[in-house]
Design a protein around this ligand. Structure first.
Ligand code: NAD
Length: 352
């Protein structure tokens, strides 16, 4: 029986996850596969209940599950805790590390009916259709870090092993093979030794993927090209910190952070979550946009369970609901009819 560990988390996580589960249950109702969905605590909710952002039973359940569906974690209530105990450092980074989730995949595709929600001009964003792949467990976020007293200073070490670079680049090449066959590897090879190493490996691997056109781009130029001419990109692959920044930038091309789904993978196993946070400013008000979470659930069906037909049905239902003019507050223009979180979930189910 396929097992999914469900972690609603904090803030709007507790409102958007139930909508994604309702959509999953509706789309899987005819499937011969009987899924098991079980809820576990994480983040601030777990700190309040058991004093730890990532309780042992949550971690065990995630290790035993085929996939994890996560809402969002964190909030002002826990911001004054010591850094290592807070929801983000205490749960998000450890869960990625423990599950070996070395890649983060974010598709960014313009849904035609949302063009006006983008902050960029229609001509620039109308054909955006890309996947951004970020390395997630290496590089400067995980390197040695420390302080020295005299003179006062701090350091973070950026280190990548050849194996770490090869496995993330491989995902980039394979993803490009399934799309328009263009892979752009983003680095800072004019300054960083780790980037020169990364580039050498990419060039070497390109010989194994002759059908994929490999290009390289410096990260500063990539930031500029993403807002200047984003439709040039098919698949972008990059290291952890550059990817952290570029994925947020790319998310705005599609209109709203409330639309952006994300998957963190280790082979077939994946943790699926919306790209946004717990939005404490609107939590508990039935205002959150559940579509990024619903689209993350569709990614789970596609990438972990190979249920492409069911994933297509969810993605098409989301597009249809938006074509019909339904909007949550974050997507709405003056005069639009605004739906709450639950009503948007219901609208997607009706459109399935
Ligand atoms: P955020 O993404 O939670 O919110 C930024 C803005 O976007 C807010 O105005 C919010 O109302 C809006 N927003 C976000 N998601 C939305 C949705 N689905 N529908 C409508 N509007 C939405 O980012 P933040 O304010 O920087 O962080 C809030 C908390 O979330 C912090 O504690 C932060 O650490 C945490 N966080 C968690 C994750 C995660 O769980 N993966 C990611 C980012 C931030």
């Amino acid at each position: 029986m396929p097992k999914v560990a469900v972690l609603p988390g904090d803030g709007i996580g507790r409102e958007i996850i139930p909508e994604a589960l309702k959509v999953l249950q509706a789309v899987l109702s005819d499937s011969p596969l009987k899924f098991e969905f079980a809820n576990y605590l994480i983040g601030g909710a777990a700190i309040d209940a058991v004093g730890k952002a990532l309780p042992a039973d949550t971690l065990t359940a995630c290790q035993e599950a085929d996939a994890v569906l996560l809402g969002a974690i964190g909030g002002p209530k826990w911001d004054t805790l010591p850094a290592q105990e807070r929801p983000e450092l205490g749960a998000l980074l450890p869960i990625r590390k423990e599950l070996g989730l070395y890649s983060n995949i974010r598709p960014v595709k313009m849904i035609p009916s949302l063009i006006s929600a983008s902050t960029l001009k229609e001509d620039v964003v109308k054909n955006v259709d890309m996947v951004v792949i970020r390395e997630l467990t290496g590089g400067i976020y995980f390197g040695e870090k420390g302080r020295q007293a005299d003179p006062p200073a701090a350091y973070d070490v950026l280190l990548y092993t050849e194996d770490e670079i090869r496995r993330i680049l491989e995902l980039g090449f394979v993803t490009a093979q399934g799309r328009r066959k263009k892979l752009c590897s983003v680095d800072k090879a004019n300054v960083l030794e780790s980037s020169r190493f990364w580039r050498e490996i990419a060039e070497d691997m390109a010989k194994t993927y002759p059908d994929v056109e490999l290009t390289h781009m410096y990260v500063d130029n990539a930031a500029m090209q993403l807002v200047r001419y984003p439709e040039q990109f098919d698949v972008i692959v990059t290291e952890n910190m550059f990817g952290d920044i570029l994925t947020d930038l790319a998310s705005m091309l599609g209109g709203s952070i409330g639309m952006l789904a994300s998957a963190s993978m280790n082979g077939k196993k994946g943790l699926y979550e919306p790209a946004h946070g717990s939005a404490p400013d609107i939590a508990g008000q039935n205002k959150a946009n559940p579509l990024a979470t619903i689209l993350s659930a569709a990614m789970m069906l596609r990438y972990t369970f190979d249920l492409n037909h069911e994933a297509d049905r969810i993605e098409n239902a989301v597009a249809r609901v938006l074509e019909q003019g339904y909007r949550t507050a974050d997507l709405a223009k003056p005069g639009d009819q605004i739906l709450g979180t639950r009503e948007m979930g219901e609208a997607v189910i009706a459109a399935l």
